[in-house]
Ligand binder design. Sequence first.
Ligand SMILES: [Zn+2]
Length: 369
Amino acid sequence: MTKRITLFGLLAMVAVSAIPMERASAQIVWRVSVKFILNNSGNRPASGGCNTDAEVQAQIDTANAILDAHMRGYRLQLTEIVDVEGISSWFFSDINSGNKSALEFAAELAPDVYEWRTNAINVYINGDGGSAICSFPPGEEIIFVGQGLRTTTFLHEIGHFMDLCHTQGCPCGSCDNDETGTCHTTPGDDEIAETIPDLQCWSRNQIAQWTYGVNYSALPASLQDKVDEVFNNMMSYHGTRFRFSPDQMDRMTCASNGVRDHVSNGETWIVGTQPGDEECLNGVFLQPAFANAIALASGNDIVLFRGDEYPFIGTVDKPMMLRTSRGSSLIGTTAAKLAATEGEEVIIPPAPKAPRPVDPPGAVSETIK
Ligand SMILES: [Zn+2]
């Protein structure tokens, strides 16, 4: 859900007028390093779904459009596309879990040969006809991609990299018509409480029937949206994928702040509580009040509110980005306040003039009374 930002109060209006364009697009990036495994003739795959720079860029662009729509401030940053010679034994390797693990092991043993990066998501592309397979935290890092991928595969795999399971359940892939039970006729658990049960082979009506006992068309719009949330989910196997639920976004935030911190350039500080299955692995990023988050956040960071009122009297003395999920948030008091509508960004900008000497370069003080 996306809406326009609303700001109230004279101080807030001053802040908006001072936003330089480059700050208005500030983001937390997840760095992505893409490697083409060349064959023994030194060539990329001659054909397939991802054998050109343009096809890599299209995956990144699609992912960023989807991430932008969620308005949490995350973007992919394609740091490089590298043609890697000398590792052609992987060129026709099946895209499967065993080969993925073996490729990662080899790459980490010889990082120069494999162009392995310790500060980016390492994506290796070969000539196999398979789709892709990813790694879950902690301990696994690599994404292994073949030529049978979908237009949304990069972001789907990066969802796994950021600790998200399939909506049909963590252990589940496609349904097998010859099987019954979990993953085939019974949904598995995706460890996200707010996403309703799903199976790869289910229609919207089957999803609706399982949870609500009626077909999709009989549901009110709010519950149709719950069905759509999984039927169009990035972490599903359904045909059209473009959604993450708020709790899925939070779970990726937890990973990005914590176990995947090495691929990002900033943190998201959540103000308030975060109960439920998506609870952060590292509780330091859950702060009880805005003042705590201000004290801890630094330059590239985001402060995320959770659709509530946040009393605050004080000074924001550094550039930061404020965002809210789960509805509007009110920050400050009724006398002068910042109000952020769900999915929106409020940017505390750097000063238009020289900062005070005690502030870090580019900082500005905003007093909310
Ligand atoms: Zn997957």
